[in-house]
Design a protein around this ligand. Structure first.
Ligand code: GDP
Length: 139
């Protein structure tokens, strides 16, 4: 996969709150092109694998329960410097610390229910993209 891409999920809280359209609009306005998109629901096993890096953290089981609590919207986004620019667009993990105008500041309620995921490296963007999408679903 090209390295000018990142992976995102609109998390169950933001889907439940009706923010899919507003968040996708923000993503487009910031210059990202959507090259893969789907609404899906993660199984418990999916969420445990996706967040395996956090398996020893005290919030792991709560995070897994949250991520399987409803549908998510997964997407692959293309833009020069995609990973870094998208992390800036979504803001800090805790919306209380996120800068004004960021997606988490606008749409998130708590450090766990924080509306959106963004890959933290080109390598993870690729791993996470192939976790959710088949090659024929990437454009
Ligand atoms: P991110 O890269 O900004 O998404 O943050 P991390 O990789 O550190 O954490 C992954 C996800 O776990 C976050 O997006 C939150 O949904 C959740 N999370 C992170 N820190 C905490 C915490 O202290 N408590 C709880 N309950 N969830 C957390």
């Amino acid at each position: 996969m090209k390295t000018n891409r990142t992976f995102t999920m609109i998390k169950p809280d933001a889907v439940e709150n009706g923010y899919i359209g507003a968040i996708l609009a923000k993503i487009n306005e910031a210059g990202f092109k959507i090259v893969a998109l789907k609404m899906t629901q993660m199984s418990k096993r999916d969420a445990q694998l996706f967040y395996a890096v956090h398996a020893q953290r005290p919030f792991f089981s709560s995070l897994v329960d949250f991520m399987v609590s409803g549908p998510i919207v997964a997407a692959i986004l293309e833009k020069e410097n995609a990973v870094e620019d998208f992390r800036k667009l979504i803001g800090a993990t805790n919306p209380a610390d996120a800068e004004d105008g960021t997606i988490r500041k606008l749409f998130a309620a708590s450090i766990q229910n924080n509306a959106i995921h963004g890959s933290d490296s080109d390598e993870n963007a690729m791993i996470e993209s192939y976790f959710h999408f088949a090659t024929r679903e990437m454009f």
